[in-house]
Design a binder for this molecule. Sequence first.
Ligand SMILES: Nc1ncnc2c1ncn2[C@@H]1O[C@H](COP(=O)(O)OP(=O)(O)O)[C@@H](O)[C@H]1O
Ligand SMILES: [Mg+2]
Length: 441
Amino acid sequence: MAPPLPLVAAAAAVAARRASPACFLLGRFKNPSVACAASIATTGEAAAAAAAAAAASPALAEEAIAPSSRGGSSSSVSSASPPGSGRSSSSASSSSTSSSVPSIFSARAKYAPHCVPWLRNSKLRANLEKYCDVRDVYEGDLSTVKVATLRAGLSGADGGGSGAASPAQQSSPSPGGGLSLSPSPSSSPARVVVKSFDKAKLLRRPDLQAKVKLEWEIHSALDHENVVRAFLASESDRHVGLFMEFAGDSDAYSYMAAKKRLALREDDARALVWDVLQALEHLHHGHGVVHRDIKSENVFRCAASGCWKLGDFGSALRLGDARTMARQPLKLEGTFSFAPPEYVAIWDRFTRAELLDATSFRLDTWSLGALAYDVLCGRAPFALRDDMPRAEEAEAILRAAPAFPSGLSYAAVGFMKQALEKDPQKRPTVRQLAAHPWFAG
Ligand SMILES: Nc1ncnc2c1ncn2[C@@H]1O[C@H](COP(=O)(O)OP(=O)(O)O)[C@@H](O)[C@H]1O
Ligand SMILES: [Mg+2]
């Protein structure tokens, strides 16, 4: 067995890792996800698949809101224009596309079943800054993320994201052009997150366009308390916005940082890992979806319930037969330090056949093990130093046994060892991991 890693050493390592220049969020640096677009560009078949997906965009746009055909969810998604959506109203111009700018989805907004009533008002969406306090929380290469809180006095029914809108709760523009919303039965703030994409960029890049559609298609079909709820996809001439539940100010990464802790207490870490396991059970077994970017930055703590929710479906794929795979833009995606050996081995260069072969639900079980390690030990399992060359970390992911700090329970270490099985064929499924003795106590 590898010698135990003292927590102090782990602390130094995490401080270093977390200072690594990546993407900046809320005054801290984060571990960036990567899509190997450059590599895929060298694989003709994959580029063709992305182009084909883009060419099929009108059909895909409609399909994007169809409920999953793989079962497991009783949810259905309504594409009908609800009262107040302003589809025929000229005042809603900003949430529908003009004839000069092509549509990404279609001219209408796409609603997920759990969309909060007040968001169904297209006039409000078109004037978000007027009706909401909006703050930026993230600026990435492809998207920006904002939190929008409906101003006092306009509080719509249920800002928390639970339950579909009843017709009586739906908001509508008043005849005078002002906004009228039903009185709120709850005192919770009506708050949503908007993940926004530059439309001009998407129109130039069919592969990115297909990726954003797939993110919405997959996310909007999910329905689980440990998964961030998708509300709505909407587009203006300049932006495509994915609206979703505000899942709290803390992802697991910033939660630890805010508490000035390098790692969670074992009980807290176990609760987090359990919640993510429940989310993965829903994805894998309910929808045939692999997430491919499980890490602490994509797991959110809901302040109201204290439970953890999985978000960011920007790397997710539906697994299935050759036809299913061909319909999706296939790139190698994820975050290197959380990626399993089968992806690390082909990280920089791969053929489509190799990528298909390496893409399975077992990607997520490894990354769940890496997430458990991160929240228990304060760093990704093989990222020993901040200045560790990529090749050295790759070598460790491929061949080394992880070192565990002293002080962890036997069951916790056993869980991580099982999940961090190098051979994907021998690696346990999420159901097998959920039966691990670590969760028995
Ligand atoms: N539903 C949400 N609730 C709260 N914060 C969110 C939510 N979605 C995203 N964020 C914040 O925005 C960041 C980036 O969002 P994410 O969907 O992970 O984009 P990316 O694909 O660029 O990683 C997250 O790490 C988180 O801090
Ligand atoms: Mg993310």
